[in-house]
Write a protein that binds this ligand. Structure first.
Ligand SMILES: [Cu+2]
Length: 324
C-alpha cells in the first residue's frame, strides 16, 4: 500500500512539474518574451556559482579526508603489506595533486569563458607542442607507476617461502578452520568425500603426512617468520581477507589457492598502538550467504617462544580423531 502511495506521489509531482512548465510557456506568450533565451545576467550568475564551487567542493573533499581518516586501516603488519601501502601512498599522492590542480582550473575556466552577448568562439585547430606535452607527460608518469606497481605485485606474490610454516585455511558456510602441517611441515591429502564425523576437513588419514597435522579454530603465527596459507573451500567461493596483513585470496571449491607472507608485528604490539581490543582477524570477503558477515577467525601473532609453547600444547589430528 505504501509503495502504491509513493508511486502515486511521484506521478503527481511529475504532472505538477509539467503543468508548471506549461504555465511558464503560456505566460511568455502573453508577455511576448522567450523564456528559454539565456541572458548575460543568467550567464553571470551561473559563472559566479562555478567560481564558488571551487572553495566549497575542495573544502568538502578536505573535510571528508580529515573526518574519515580514522576509519582507514592502520599501517600494514606484514613485509609485503608495507610495500603495498607505499604504492598506494604514491598513487594517491599523484591522484590528489592532479585533482587539486585540475578541479579549480575546470571551474575557473567555466567562469572565465561564460556566455556573453556577441562573443564568438575562437577557432583553434592544432598545436603540436601542446599535443606532445599532454601525451608525453602522462605517458612517462603512468609508465613509471605501472612498472612500480608490477614490481610490487611481483615481490608480494613471489616471496621466499622455503622456510615457511604451512597452514591450511579451510572455508565453508559459515566458518573457517585451520590445519597446521605439523612437524613434517607437509599437509596430508584431503577430499570432501572423506568429510565425516569429527573429520570435518576430510583429511585422508591413510596418507602418511596427515598424522601430525593439527586442526585449530584460531591461527597463531610467530612474528617475523614466513607463513604459507593454503586455501580450500567446501561449498561456494569464499575469499580469505586479512586486512591488517594486506592479504586476500579467493577460496574456490575444487581448487587450491595460496598466499605466503611474513607478519611483522605481534598482537601485543598492535594492542599498544591501536587500543586494547585490537585483534587480527580473518574475514570472508565474498558474499557467500546469509551469515557471510559473521564468517571470521582470530589470528594471533606472537613471539616464537609463545608460538612454540602454543603449538606444542595442541593435539595432533591422529590423536583427535582416535580419541573418543
Ligand atoms: Cu564466505
Amino acid at each position: 500500500m505504501t509503495n502504491l502511495l509513493i508511486a502515486l506521489v511521484v506521478i503527481l509531482a511529475i504532472a505538477a512539474l509539467v503543468q508548471l512548465v506549461r504555465v511558464n510557456e503560456l505566460l511568455s506568450e502573453i508577455t511576448n518574451e522567450d523564456t528559454n533565451s539565456v541572458t548575460d545576467d543568467d550567464n553571470n550568475k551561473n559563472g559566479i556559482l562555478f567560481l564558488l564551487t571551487i572553495p566549497l567542493f575542495l573544502g568538502f573533499v578536505v573535510w571528508q579526508m580529515v573526518t574519515w581518516d580514522h576509519l582507514l586501516l592502520p599501517p600494514a603488519s606484514s613485509v609485503h603489506g608495507a610495500e603495498i601501502d607505499s604504492l598506494m601512498k604514491v598513487s594517491m599522492t599523484l591522484i590528489l595533486i592532479v585533482f587539486f590542480a585540475l578541479t579549480p582550473m575546470l571551474f575557473f575556466f567555466a567562469y572565465k569563458y561564460r556566455g556573453k552577448k556577441g562573443n564568438t568562439a575562437y577557432f583553434f585547430s592544432h598545436n603540436n607542442k601542446l599535443e606532445v606535452v599532454w601525451t608525453v607527460v602522462p605517458t612517462i608518469i603512468l609508465t613509471a607507476l605501472i612498472i612500480y606497481g608490477l614490481r610490487t605485485w611481483d615481490r608480494a606474490m613471489n616471496p621466499d617461502l622455503s622456510q615457511a610454516t604451512v597452514i591450511e585455511v579451510y572455508s565453508k558456510q559459515f566458518d573457517w578452520t585451520a590445519r597446521y602441517a605439523g612437524e613434517d611441515n607437509v599437509l596430508g591429502q584431503s577430499s570432501y568425500l572423506l568429510v565425516k564425523g569429527k573429520n570435518t576437513l576430510g583429511v585422508d588419514m591413510l596418507d602418511e603426512p596427515s598424522s601430525d597435522d593439527i586442526v585449530t579454530r584460531e591461527v597463531h603465527l610467530p612474528v617475523n617468520k614466513p607463513v604459507l596459507l593454503k586455501f580450500r573451500s567446501r561449498d561456494v567461493i569464499h575469499s580469505a581477507f586479512l586486512p591488517h596483513f594486506r592479504v586476500q585470496m579467493n577460496c574456490v571449491p575444487g581448487l587450491s589457492t595460496q598466499f605466503g607472507f611474513t607478519p611483522t608485528k605481534t598482537t601485543e604490539q598492535m594492542k599498544l598502538e591501536e587500543g586494547e581490543d585490537f585483534e587480527y582477524v580473518l574475514l570472508c570477503n565474498k558474499i557467500c550467504g546469509s551469515a557471510h558477515f559473521n564468517m571470521q577467525m582470530k589470528f594471533i601473532v606472537e613471539s616464537e617462544e609463545d608460538y612454540n609453547k602454543w603449538i606444542s600444547s595442541q593435539e595432533s589430528l591422529e590423536t583427535t580423531l582416535t580419541l573418543k
